[in-house]
Design a protein around this ligand. Structure first.
Ligand SMILES: *Cc1c(COP(=O)(O)O)cnc(C)c1O
Length: 407
């Protein structure tokens, strides 16, 4: 077996002000074009690389440190996150994305950027395992945590500034899981940087097609690639993206040392999924917008949270800073927690399951988890809207809502 050569920079890497993210999702991260060459990158299965003497920089050495199995996906994701350079005056190129074994591994690496004892300001509603990890690290004395209502910009800014002791990191999730609160990302990034505070944005719900936090000045973006980026509910993966070479080096060093590395097959599947990101997200968003409108008028619904609804508290902010409203809906059916459980039990086409961002529509009552924030309503059902025909999704949901209300 021949040793794969280090992947050269792709001719399809996004130039500043270059192709649209929709195009980049299809074109970035391909092998160099050559007659008879492979259109797609191969699955690279090797734990080590032939080498002797001092390895020259950029040469592959060992599979935990770096491998061509990761690079096409990292290049494609970096191109997607960094397409606004022309608009923001930031230079093109720069460090790539860093793929991890899971979204949580990426989050763990980003939190390791906090100096020991540093203060982290986090949304009180966020991905629950992020909050569990922060609590665990706080209990071990590694950092301190201040939880805030991320939609309340003044409260977040006050927490970041502290009492003369600014936070080390502002952790943003927007829209938040599962409450769909929208943070004022540009204003919060500016205030945090004024206070000398790093900003990390978990942009999983939005995807780079809907929101590009680096263009608003955020230092690091994290994704659970498991969700929309891979998109088919068949892999668990995560990634970070940063424009800052020093932060990038620390994230890569954390991956190498802590060892939460991605498997070659998973990364290959994620890149395969990424190719259809625009089609999937556009259809899922259109479906979600239509379902949210109909649900808001449904007799068996108490409340709908979806930033695309004109009356939603996050609507104006989302419209100003995002290129869409995502495809996650928060729904409180009539009948309290029992009504919510009955709804989840009554669906047929919709799949009762945790996770989100796959081609199929799923739903779950979030407070079934003991670790979910106590301020999340007991009857909140989170819908992840997929790409099925919207009329089929509606028919199933409408029937299940009526069945649940009557049971
Ligand atoms: C799922 C999710 C994560 C965690 O990602 P894993 O790939 O499951 O480790 C983090 N943040 C958000 C917003 C998520 O939805």
């Amino acid at each position: 077996m021949t040793t794969p050569a280090p992947t050269p920079p792709s001719p399809h890497r996004s130039p500043a002000g270059g192709p649209s993210p929709r195009t980049l999702a299809v074109s970035a991260g391909r092998p160099p074009r050559a007659p008879g060459g492979s259109l797609n990158p191969p699955v690279v299965l090797t734990s080590t690389f032939v080498s002797q003497g001092t390895p020259p920089a950029g040469e592959h050495l060992y599979g935990r440190i770096g491998t061509p199995a990761w690079e096409p996906f990292e290049e494609a994701l970096a191109a997607l996150e960094r397409t606004d350079h022309a608009a923001t005056g930031r230079p093109g190129g720069g460090p790539p994305a860093t793929v991890f074994a899971s979204g949580m591994a990426a989050i763990d690496a980003a939190l390791a950027l906090v100096p020991v004892g540093g203060r982290v300001v986090v949304p009180r509603h966020a991905y629950q395992v992020t909050l569990v990890l922060l609590r665990e690290q706080a209990e071990r004395g590694l950092l301190r945590v201040d939880a805030v209502d991320v939609a309340d910009t003044d409260a977040v800014v006050a927490a970041v500034r502290g009492d003369g002791e600014p936070a080390a990191m502002l952790w943003l999730e927007s829209p938040t899981n599962p409450m769909l609160e929208v943070a004022d990302v540009p204003a919060l990034v500016a205030a945090a940087h004024d206070a000398g505070c790093l900003v990390v944005v978990d942009s999983t719900f939005a995807t780079p097609l809907v929101q590009r936090p680096l263009a608003h000045g955020a230092d690091v973006v994290v994704h659970s690639v498991t969700k929309y980026l891979a998109g088919h509910s068949d892999v668990v993966l995560g990634a970070t993206v940063t424009d800052d070479p020093a932060l990038h080096a620390r994230l890569v060093a954390h991956r190498t040392t802590h060892g939460a590395i991605a498997g070659p097959f998973e990364v290959w599947l994620a890149l395969r999924g990424l190719r259809t990101l625009a089609l999937r997200v556009e259809r899922a968003q259109a479906n979600a917008g239509e379902l949210a409108r109909r649900l808001a008028e449904h007799a068996h619904v108490v409340e709908v949270r979806y930033p695309g609804l004109p009356h939603d508290p996050g609507h104006a902010r989302a419209a100003a800073q995002m290129d869409g409203f995502g495809a996650i809906i928060g729904l409180r059916p009539v009948g309290g927690p029992a009504g919510a459980d009955a709804l989840v039990a009554a669906v047929d086409l919709w799949v009762p399951a945790t996770s989100l961002g796959g081609v199929e529509s799923t739903l779950e009552r979030r407070r079934r988890f003991a670790t979910e924030s106590a301020t999340v309503p007991q009857d909140l059902v989170r819908l992840s809207v997929g790409i099925e025909d919207v009329e089929d999704l509606w028919a199933d949901l409408d029937r299940a809502l009526s069945a649940a209300a009557g049971s």
